[in-house]
Write a new protein. Structure first.
Length: 167
């Protein structure tokens, strides 16, 4: 395909936004993936194709661009239906605290991904979920104790816990 100057600039703008669009669509709970089975004469492997990341290669897989637009429209619909709840989440400090706690609990898995292992597989395994739960619990308890310490109630809280244990 031959692209004119306007198409080249538009392609560049799309490439600059593609990661953000992918994140937004995935955050809506939409997986923009289609299963692709090549023609038998070609003899390639069947696999899942991420339509957003392959926006400029859809014609090679004989996938109509409308499928990608359907996924994006579904994500837009989810966000439009959730406007009020999104506003409440934006103003709710507990929502932001939970995002921070989630990030901290996922740091060991990010490290595992950086050293070359499949982060999503490790994190979604039974052991990975247990480890993440333990990290999350530790993070919540540490945050809670830090807040109590800053407010000056840590000693009183520890005395209360000790009295419960003796009981």
């Amino acid at each position: 395909m031959i692209e004119n100057q306007q198409a080249i600039e538009t392609r560049r703008q799309i490439n600059l936004l593609i990661d953000k669009v992918h994140f937004i669509v995935m955050s809506a709970g939409i997986l923009p993936v289609m299963h692709y089975t090549p023609p038998p004469a070609v003899g390639d492997l069947a696999r899942n194709i991420d339509l957003i990341y392959n926006i400029f290669n859809l014609h090679r897989f004989q996938i109509e661009p409308q499928y990608l637009l359907d996924f994006i429209d579904r994500a837009i619909g989810i966000y439009e239906d959730d406007k009020f709840n999104a506003l409440l989440r934006t103003l709710n400090p507990l929502f932001w605290i939970s995002l921070i706690l989630d990030y901290i609990a996922s740091l060991p898995f990010k490290f595992i991904g950086k050293i070359g292992f499949n982060q999503s597989k490790v994190e979604s395994s039974v052991v990975g979920r247990l480890v993440k739960g333990v990290f999350y619990l530790i993070t919540v308890l540490a945050s809670f104790l830090t807040a109590l310490d800053l407010l000056g109630y840590r000693e009183k809280f520890l005395l209360l816990i000790k009295s419960w244990i003796k009981w």
